[in-house]
Design a protein around this ligand. Structure first.
Ligand code: ISL
Length: 567
């Protein structure tokens, strides 16, 4: 039979360069900083680094607004340093995945400048230009071509005064959407991707790639979406998530970019709003689209409607969601596993318990769950150290365009600023973007200058220098879990069976391959659980790995996690 793909055994580590490590003292992380920390990654044992965007960019969305696809922003360093990084990682057996944003560019990309320059520009059609709504004057409120609400607040359309037409931007105003209907756009993107592969990178994480096909009528019209409660906008997502030509585009990309490459490459699709059924199509190897998806269901269970209306998470819902995905991709397809990334609050604060009493145990418990599911685990920088949310108290502490735009919009629609701030404190992406905590020194060893966003004061206690030599640390636990995936084919390839599905605190499942079975039991609460009653077979099984020193096998202590081998 065919060998399973290499990435079934792999663990990916995400570097968000701006916040990782600063080598030149300007307060912003850079490639030089990553080069200095490669040993940290090698010690952890990860197989792949996913590098968030380092391309030239006005940084309106921290690099997710690219103005040149074939370069490195001086803020982060040089193309030579990127080549150096590829070599340094390859020298340690680590592959490099570039983050690529091709749903949109920056409005400062030459393609957009040319497109905007005139209605007759040969690149006019490279973006989505539309006249005002019929019968309305440009600029009049509600004159936007559709009623869609932008992910970053306000309408998805921006008026260009010069031509009297609007351009589409699903995200910030400075992130105009590329028109994938135009074959020249697609060919330009594929050529650029080939250029990176020829340079030696090992693949791509494709940003919001399930948004590139829009539901456009033959006459060019785009439909309105259902009205959103309390806002003068509609929900456009039914008209651009997993759109009509998406599979065609991805198959074409695969053919044009990957066909004929013999090296082991990786293509990951970030896909907000993807369903299990669609994920199966996207990742079925026979269809040659992407290798795995990033889905969002499990990070949307702790709010109502949108992320700014948080509500308590029920562990039952989390288990049910992840369990459905395990079952749905059991036969065909592959999933990415994650708790954290640069867009999400910190896992230990969100799914665990970041109080001093439980922080280390809940971080290691969550790590156990992350690494033991079927799929490819992703560790986000700092997660391996149990980094927590930042104790934000004032608007001035936030940097993210999503958070800041939301504050303006919510307050202008009458929300109480204190409530808006409370939601931001809990859900803002800036929680994930505070600098990595390398040591206990004033800026946590991140920079010798002034960090672009504040360092979490808890770095005095929670940092890499303290954890790396400590066998009980969160770091050491991640390292053991990563090694286990490398050594044990059951972890990489075993079937998944959920146990105790209705239980609110205990997350338990088995992984089985060729008669070999691992049983994973995790207590997602601060209450001891009677394991002897719940799963008697767990009490006598051999402990492969646990997050607490062995004690009474019949009781699962607060946030205890055990990986057991059944006889
Ligand atoms: O962050 C989100 C929720 O708060 C998501 O809606 C997020 O915007 C979505 O997952 C898409 O994310 C990706 O594309 C964005 C960029 O801002 C994110 O950082 C990136 O991961 C636009 O390029």
């Amino acid at each position: 039979p065919d060998q399973p793909p290499w990435w079934t055994r792999a663990v990916v580590y995400q570097v968000y360069p701006r916040s990782f490590s600063d080598s030149d003292g300007d307060g912003i992380g850079d490639l030089g900083g990553i080069l200095q920390r490669v040993d940290h990654l090698a010690d952890l044992g990860v197989d792949v680094v996913w590098l968030s965007p380092v391309y030239p960019s006005p940084q309106a969305d921290n690099g997710y607004d690219i103005s040149d696809y074939q370069g490195v922003d001086p803020l982060f360093g040089t193309l030579d340093q990127l080549d150096e990084l590829v070599a340094a990682l390859h020298g340690r057996g680590i592959r490099l995945l570039m983050d690529l944003v091709v749903n949109h560019t920056s409005d400062e990309h030459p393609w957009f400048a040319e497109s905007r320059s005139s209605k007759d520009s040969p690149k006019r059609d490279w973006y989505w230009w539309r006249p005002p709504r019929t019968g309305m004057a440009a600029g009049q409120p509600g004159a936007e071509p559709t009623n869609w609400h932008s992910f970053f607040s306000g309408p998805t359309w921006e008026l260009d005064e010069a031509s009297g037409e609007y351009y589409l931007h699903l995200f910030a105003r400075k992130q105009p959407d590329l028109n994938w209907e135009n074959p020249q756009v697609r060919q330009a993107v594929y050529a650029m991707m080939r250029w990176w592969l020829d340079r030696g990178v090992d693949g791509f994480r494709m940003d919001v790639i399930n948004m590139i096909s829009k539901d456009v009528a033959p006459d060019g019209a785009l439909p309105d979406g259902p009205q959103l409660p309390g806002l003068p906008y509609g929900d456009g997502t039914p008209h651009f998530l997993n759109g009509p030509r998406i599979h065609e585009y991805l198959q074409e990309m695969h053919r044009e970019v990957f066909a004929g490459h013999s090296e082991p490459l990786l293509l990951v699709g970030e896909m907000p709003g993807v369903t299990i059924e669609q994920a199966r199509l996207y990742t079925d190897p026979a269809r040659a689209e992407v290798d795995m998806v990033f889905q969002f269901e499990h990070v949307q269970l702790d709010f109502d409607g949108d992320k700014w209306n948080p509500r308590p998470l029920r562990m039952r819902d989390l288990k049910a969601s992840l369990g459905r995905w395990q079952a749905g991709l059991a036969e065909v397809g592959w999933n990415s596993l994650y708790w954290d990334n640069h867009d999400q609050p910190r896992a230990v604060s969100r799914f665990g318990d970041d109080s001093p009493r439980h922080r280390r145990d809940s971080a290691t418990c969550l790590a156990t769950l992350l690494h033991l599911h079927r799929g490819t685990p992703y560790v986000y920088q700092g997660e391996e150290l149990g980094m927590a949310n930042y104790p934000f108290t004032a608007l001035e502490e936030f940097r993210d365009v999503e958070s800041l735009n939301h504050h303006v919009q919510a307050v202008s629609h009458g929300a109480d600023p204190a409530d808006v701030l409370a939601a931001m404190r809990r859900m803002s992406r800036d929680n994930a973007r505070t600098p990595v905590q390398w040591d206990a020194s004033p800026h946590a060893g991140f920079t010798t200058g002034t960090p672009w966003i504040a360092v979490n004061p808890d770095h005095v206690e929670w940092n890499a220098q303290a954890q790396r030599p400590d066998p009980d640390s969160v770091f050491a636990h991640h390292r053991r879990l990563i090694a286990l995936r490398h050594e044990d084919p059951v972890v990489a390839l075993g079937d998944f069976t959920m146990l105790l599905a209705g239980h609110d605190e205990v997350y338990a499942f088995t992984r089985s391959l060729d008669g070999d079975t691992l049983l994973v039991v995790c207590n997602l609460s601060a209450t001891p659980q009677p394991l002897a009653e719940l799963l008697p077979e767990a009490v006598t099984a051999e402990v492969v790995l646990g997050n607490l020193p062995e004690d009474d096998p019949a009781v699962l202590r607060p946030w205890e996690a055990r990986v057991l081998r059944l006889p």
